[in-house]
Each structure stands twice: as C-alpha cells, then as structure tokens.
Design a protein around this ligand. Structure first.
Ligand code: GDP
Ligand code: GDP
Length: 452
C-alpha cells in the first residue's frame, strides 16, 4: 500500500459520517395518491401504485434525496379502502407511521375535500406534536387550486397544492418537507448518553410479548422520569443487567393490534417502523417450528436498515433434549447469511438462558460501532492483496490503492482502486474484513471507488 493517491483528503470522508437518516412518514386515507407521491419524491417507479386494493406490501421504506438532503420515506398505503370502520383504521395506521417518523406528510385529495377519515388523522397528528406538511393532491391545473385552499380549515397550516401525477407543485412541497425535517433523526447519537434503543420483532406467536413480559418482570420497569429522557408512550424503559434500555414500540407488542383486513400489512409496517427507530433489533424465532421465509425476510430487513442484529430462538423448552444438537446444525445452515449475528437459545416461558440476551445485545452494539483506524485498515488491505491479488483480466489487474472507514453504525468502508473490482473479489474483501475485525452482530458495507 505504498501508492497512495495524491491529494487524498481524509477529512472529506469523515464528512460522510451521516449516520441514520431522518424519517418522513406519508399518511392519508386510501386513494388520495400517497404511492404516486412517494414515486415522485424518490424519483423512481418503485413504490408501485397498487391496482388491487388491500394488497400486502412488504416494503414500506425508501431512501430519498432532495436538494442534497437524504431522508427515508415511509409509505403507509396498500390496504383495503372499503374496510368497515375505515376512518378509525386510517387513524390507527397513521399513528403507527407517525410514531416512527421525524416529520409527517399528510396527503388529502383536494378534489374530494375533507372527509371523516381526514379529520381522524388530523386528531392523531395534533396529539403527536410532530411537524406536519399538508399536501393538497390532485391539483392538476389552475382550476383546482381554489379547492386546495379549502383545506386551510383542517387547522394544521398551509395546504401545498400538488399533482403527484404530473409533478405540478412538487418542488415547493418538497422544500416545505425539508424545512420540516430535522437534520438528523431524533435521539440517534449514542454519545448523548440516552438509553440504547432495542426493538423486539418477529412473526406473530413466536413469543415477543412473553419475552417482553419476562424481561420487564425480572428487573423493575423504570419510571419515565429518568433525567434527560422523554419517552414515547409506546416505548418502555427497562432496567436490564444493570443498564437502562429503551424498548421500542412495546405498546405494539402488548396491545397486539389486529385489524380484520390488512393486518399482516399493518404488522409489517409496525415491524419496519420499530426497526427504523432501533439501534439493535432482536429478531425472535420460534425454535419449535421450522424456520420460514418470513423469519428470514425480517432479518434481511434489519440488515438492509443497517441495524445491529441479535437472533433469539425462543421456546427452546419445547425442543427435545436429543434434538437440540441437530437443530443447532440446521439453524447454522439456514442462517448462513446471518452467521455474523449473535444467537441465543432461550425460553421466555421457563426463563432459560435469558441472562444471555443482554451480553448478545451488547456485543452486537459494539460490533455496530466498531471503528478501524485508517492505518490498521490499510495494513489489512496490504496483507490481503499480497496473499490474494485481484485476478488479471484481459491483461489488467486493478489495484487496491487505499481504504478508509467512512462511518460506523454500521461500519461502512470506502476502498479506492485503480480500476473496476469484480463483485466476487469485493465479497471476498468483506468476508476477510469480518474474519480480521469481527463486527459481530453488525452489517458491514464496502463501497469501491475506482480512481483515474
Ligand atoms: P394511495 O392509495 O393513497 O397510495 O393512492 P395511489 O397513489 O394509489 O393513487 C390513487 C389513484 O389516484 C390512482 O389511480 C392515481 O393514478 C390517482 N392519482 C394520484 N395522484 C394524482 C394526481 O395528482 N392527479 C390525479 N388526477 N390523479 C392522481
Ligand atoms: P407474540 O405474538 O410473538 O407476542 O407471541 P406471544 O408472546 O403471545 O406467545 C405466543 C404463544 O407462545 C403463547 O401461547 C405463549 O404462551 C407461548 N410461548 C411464548 N414463549 C414461549 C416459550 O418460551 N415456551 C413455550 N413453551 N411457549 C411459549
């Protein structure tokens, strides 16, 4: 690693240490144009506009970039507009989305005007105290503009007339959104000394609420007036292993929200919201049942969100003594791509191995925050290249020039090269990084930047 690129400026990479992004939730009743607006905001055709109402949408968050600012958009569309008790359901759904958000974009159909469902959402918004931007959608032309102005009567400020479909007015709307969004999401800095944020997620019936009850019972639930903490009513502060933790959206786990239609979607929204807000996520799996796609999807969502991950195999008491060894081997195989995540085999029922949960969470957070000094990283890259150089292709062999860790939480590396690197070689670097430095419980990102 002698050939450093000249003019390299380390400080410019420190500036990329942006950390988690602020979250914008899009709420509103069905068919007002939320998905169309999300497409407009993220500038892609990805947040499909559903033709079939009530279709369960798995993915609800997207990264957006406007005017050089990055943020995460959480879409709350995708379920049955004809359900009974619609207004209440829209309001409940908005409540979940708002909980996870730093600001809210409330979409109303200006051509229809104010409905009961809209008013129900407004009540929730008022209570939340979160910044709100009001979009008067379907204002496709000058004529409809006057109707948008009727929305002043909702009492939540200026309506921004917009046509999600044609783009009219979307620039002004997005400027207003940026003004409402904080620079950084609330309470994300571990250095501020607030309690670390843990989410318990998993399929229905795996034992999330049993686990929470067990955890909350063994050590007293702390009263909510700890210095310097304001606690979301859906969260709980719990003293565990001598430390106070903030458990995210415990109300969602305890209350067990079930709606007749779209409840799977609703649960998925809640799960994604909790993952976004957490630093470390405990994915609970039922050890007495075969693992499913859904279990893996939840783990993948944690990885994609860049959060620390702990996998808890619950109901271990139901697994026969002599089957345990084989089950462990099966799990090793099924979870090959999450090999890096600490695993605990517990029983929320008997309390078995519950004491292993906190050390696993702590290990994952430590891996998530690991920073490798630049010198050490480059020594590692030097050793790696010496032992396993990139294969020669058409007479060319790209070199790794220099690497730096751009950020932590999760560890993210940028490696400068003299040419394009093959994907398999990039994966090889990632694997070796883990072998040398661990990063237990954390996703690791490696970006390669070819330089001239
Ligand atoms: P969601 O249920 O709130 O996500 O709404 P969708 O984005 O699925 O939109 C519902 C319907 O309204 C679709 O047929 C859209 O094409 C239509 N729509 C969305 N935005 C606009 C708009 O700005 N103008 C008009 N005229 N139609 C729109
Ligand atoms: P949730 O939907 O994920 O919150 O799951 P619950 O906590 O409601 O648990 C679902 C069912 O599994 C309940 O009947 C619990 O009593 C049972 N359960 C939870 N944890 C355990 C466990 O460790 N062992 C056994 N045998 N049953 C459990």
């Amino acid at each position: 690693m002698t050939d450093l690129p000249t003019g390299y400026d380390e400080a410019s990479f420190e500036a990329e240490d942006t950390g988690p992004l602020p979250v914008l939730a899009i709420v509103g009743r069905p068919n007002v144009g939320k998905s169309t607006l999300v497409n407009r905001i993220i500038g892609r055709r990805e947040a499909v506009v559903e033709d079939t109402p009530g279709v369960t949408r798995d993915r609800v968050s997207y990264d957006a970039n406007w005017g050089g600012r990055q943020f995460t958009v959480v879409d709350t569309g995708g379920w049955d507009p004809d359900a009974v008790g619609m207004a209440a359901k829209v309001a409940a759904q908005a409540e979940v989305a708002i909980m996870a958000a730093d600001a809210v974009l409330f979409v109303v159909d200006a051509t229809v005007g104010i409905t009961d469902a809209d008013e129900a959402v407004v009540r929730v918004l008022r209570k939340s105290g979160k910044p709100v931007v009001l979009a008067a959608n379907k204002v496709d032309d000058q004529r409809t503009e006057a109707e948008a102005m009727n929305l002043w009567s909702l009492g939540i400020g200026e309506p921004y007339p917009v046509s999600a479909m044609h783009g009219r007015g979307s620039g002004d709307l997005l400027d207003a959104v940026l003004a409402a969004l904080p620079e950084a999401p609330a309470e994300t800095d571990p250095q501020t000394g607030g309690p670390r944020r843990v989410a318990i997620v998993g399929k229905p019936n795996v034992g999330k609420s049993s686990l929470l009850n067990k955890v909350a019972k063994e050590d007293r639930v702390v009263v909510h007036d700890m210095a310097g903490t304001t606690v979301d009513p859906v969260d709980e502060l719990i003293n565990l292993g001598g430390q106070v933790w903030r458990f995210i959206d415990t109300a969602g786990i305890r209350r067990r929200v079930r709606t007749a239609s779209g409840h799977e979607y609703y649960a998925s929204l809640r799960t994604h919201g909790a993952i976004e807000r957490a630093e470390v996520v405990v994915v609970v799996v039922d050890a007495s049942e075969p693992m499913t796609e859904q279990d893996l999807r939840i783990m993948t969502a944690v990885e994609e969100a860049g959060k620390a991950l702990v996998i808890a195999f619950n109901k271990w008491d139901l697994v026969d003594e002599d089957r345990r060894y084989y089950l462990e081997r099966e799990i090793d195989r099924d979870l090959i791509q999450f090999r890096w995540a600490p695993r605990v085999n517990i029983s929320a029922f008997t309390g078995r191995h519950m004491e292993k949960l906190v050390p696993a969470i702590e290990a994952a957070l430590e891996g998530w925050q690991t920073r490798i000094p630049t010198g050490q990283l480059n020594a590692f890259l030097g050793r790696l290249v010496a032992a396993h150089p990139h294969p020669v292709r058409s007479g060319k062999q790209p070199k790794l020039l220099f690497g730096t860790q751009a950020s932590t939480m999760p560890p993210t590396f940028v490696i400068f090269t003299s040419g394009a690197i093959e994907p398999s070689y990039q994966r090889f670097i990632e694997r070796r990084l883990r072998e040398d430095f661990g990063f237990v419980g954390s996703p690791v990102h490696v970006a390669v930047r070819p330089r001239k």
